[in-house]
Write a protein that binds this ligand. Sequence first.
Ligand SMILES: O=C(O)CCC(=O)C(=O)O
Length: 190
Amino acid sequence: MADDWTLLTGVVSHPDALLERLLTEVTWTEQMRSRRTASMGLPYNYSGAEYPPAPWHPAVAELRDRVGALAGFTPTNCLLNLYPTGRHSLGWHSDDTDILAPGTPIAIVSLGAERPLGLRRDSEDGFEYRSQPLPAGSLLLMSAAMQATWRHRLPRHKTLEPRVSLTFRHIVRVMSEGERRAASGRPPEW
Ligand SMILES: O=C(O)CCC(=O)C(=O)O
C-alpha cells in the first residue's frame, strides 16, 4: 500500500449482529449534515465538529485491536458514521494526515448496506474516477499518502437500509478546529 487503498473482506465474522448492537447501544450525535456520528478514544476535531475524549464501547475496542493487528498500527480514535438510508451521504474530501502518527493508514470497517466509496484524482483530462464497493464486514485501508492525491466520498445510493462505518485513526496530535482549518487551507466540503 503506497499511495493507494486496499480492501480486506470477511474481517468481521457477524457483521449484522455487530450492526444491531451499535445501532442500539451507541449514543449517536447529529453534528453533521447528512449522517449521524459518534467518537471513541482521543478527541477528534474536524469540519466544524468537535468530539471530546470518550470511552470505547467494548465491541468497538475489540474491533480496534483486531484492526490494529491486521493493519500494523495502533488506533487511538474511532469515528463512527451512521447513514440511516441511501439518501444519507458524505461529500468529496481528503482526510487530514497531519494529526496522525506518520505513515499510518485510516482503516474503515463497514457494516450494513453495501455502498460504494467514490474516489477521484486530478488527471490531464480532468478527473480520474474510481468506485470501491464496501461490503459488510470488510476493512478498507486508505494509505496516508493517498490523501495527498485522491479525494473520496460516500455518494447517495439506492437503498433504504442503514450503513455504519467505523473509521480508525492513530491520532497523535489533537488540533482545535481553528488550527485545523488554518493548516489545511481548504474549506470543508461536507
Ligand atoms: O463512511 C465511510 O465509509 C467514509 C468515511 C470517510 O470518508 C472518512 O472517514 O474519511
